[in-house]
Design a protein around this ligand. Structure first.
Ligand code: CP
Length: 306
C-alpha cells in the first residue's frame, strides 16, 4: 500500500509504489470508460487545488478526479487569493489545515515549494508541477498510457525530444520510467539539455534520428517560452525544422510507434499537426489517463489502513 503522506516526485517513489498507483489507475480508467463518475472513495474528504501557475489539464483533472470520488473541492488561484496581499506559502497552508482540508494539490514556479508545504501542513500534499523540478502525476499518466499499449514498461525504448532543460515532465518521466525498467533517450539543442541528465539515467543522443531509431514511444515536449530568457535557439521555425518531430523523423522509430506529448502543444513546433492528429497519437488518451492517475493518487493517499 502507498504508505506515505505526500506525493512530491517520482525520485522518491519505489517501483512497487509506482506499480501500485498504475494498477489502481488502470481500474479507475476502466470505470471512466464506462462513464462511471460517481464513486464513494473520497466521500467526506476536502481537496484544495492551490495553483500559483497557469494550468488547464492538471488543475481540471485533479478537480474532476476528486469530484468523481465524492470529495468537496476548493480551487485557489494565487492571482485571486491572499497571496496577493503578501501571505506566505506556509501561512496559506496552515490556513487550509485549520479548515480541516485533507489534501492540497499545489503547482508552484519554485522547485521545492511542495516539499516545503508538505513539511509544515497536516494535509496530504500532491505536487502538480514545481518549477523545473518534477511533475509526478504527468509522468504517471504517461506511464499508464504506455503500459496500456505495450505488454510491459520493462525494456521499452522511449525517446523524449524538446525543451528538456526547463521540463519537470522530462525529469519525472526519467525517474519513473527507468525505475520501471524502460530506457530513456533524450535529444534537444545543447542549450536545452541540462548538464548531468546522463548521470540521472538518460541516454543523451547527438541527433533526432539517433534518439528515435527503434523507439517504441516518441514524446515531444513543449518549448517553454515563459522559462527561457532568449538565445537558446534561433527561432521557432528553425527549432521545428532542425529539432522538431515530423513524419520523416518518425520513419526511424519502430513501425506504429506511439506519439505522445504532455500538452499544451505548440502545433507545428514540437510535433507536426499530422502527427498530433494521426492514428499513432495518444495525446487525447493521455488526458483520460490523467484523471485516472489522479483518482488513484488521491484514493491511495487518503485511504485509511484497515
Ligand atoms: N501537462 C500539463 O501540465 O498541462 P497543464 O499546464 O495544462 O496543466
Amino acid at each position: 500500500m502507498l504508505n506515505r503522506k505526500d506525493v512530491l516526485g517520482l525520485y522518491d517513489l519505489s517501483a512497487e509504489e509506482i506499480d501500485e498507483i498504475l494498477t489502481v489507475a488502470a481500474s479507475m480508467k476502466k470505470l471512466l470508460r464506462q462513464n462511471i463518475k460517481k464513486l464513494p472513495h473520497l466521500q467526506g474528504k476536502s481537496v484544495t487545488t492551490l495553483f500559483y501557475e497557469n494550468s488547464t489539464r492538471t488543475r481540471c483533472s485533479f478537480e474532476l478526479a476528486a469530484k468523481y470520488m465524492g470529495a468537496h473541492v476548493v480551487n485557489i488561484a494565487a492571482e485571486s487569493s491572499s497571496v496577493k496581499k503578501g501571505e506566505t506559502l506556509v501561512d496559506t497552508g496552515k490556513t487550509l489545515d485549520a479548515m480541516k482540508n485533507d489534501v492540497i494539490i499545489i503547482r508552484h514556479p519554485m522547485g521545492g515549494a511542495p516539499r516545503l508545504l508538505a513539511k509544515t501542513v497536516k494535509a496530504h500534499v500532491v505536487n502538480a508541477g514545481d518549477g523545473m523540478n518534477e511533475h509526478p502525476s504527468q509522468a504517471l499518466l504517461d506511464m499508464l498510457t504506455m503500459r496500456e499499449n505495450f505488454p510491459s514498461l520493462e525494456g521499452l525504448e522511449v525517446a523524449i525530444l524538446g525543451d528538456i532543460k526547463h521540463s519537470r515532465v522530462a525529469k519525472s518521466n526519467l525517474f519513473g520510467l527507468t525505475k520501471m525498467g524502460a530506457c530513456v533517450r533524450m535529444y534537444a539543442p545543447k542549450t536545452l539539455i541540462p548538464k548531468d541528465i546522463d548521470k540521472m539515467g538518460a541516454k543523451v543522443c547527438s541527433s533526432r534520428e539517433e534518439a528515435v531509431e527503434g523507439a517504441d514511444v516518441v514524446m515531444g515536449l513543449r518549448i517553454q517560452l515563459e522559462r527561457q530568457h532568449g538565445g537558446l535557439f534561433p527561432s521557432l521555425g528553425e527549432y521545428a525544422k532542425f529539432y522538431g518531430v515530423n513524419e520523416d523523423v518518425m520513419k526511424y522509430a519502430k513501425p506504429g510507434a506511439l506519439v505522445m506529448h504532455p500538452g499544451p502543444v505548440n502545433r507545428g513546433v514540437e510535433l507536426t499537426s499530422a502527427l498530433i492528429d494521426g492514428n499513432t497519437s495518444r495525446i487525447e488518451e493521455q488526458v483520460l489517463s490523467g484523471i485516472a492517475v489522479r483518482m488513484a493518487i488521491l484514493f491511495l493517499l487518503t485511504k485509511e489502513a484497515i
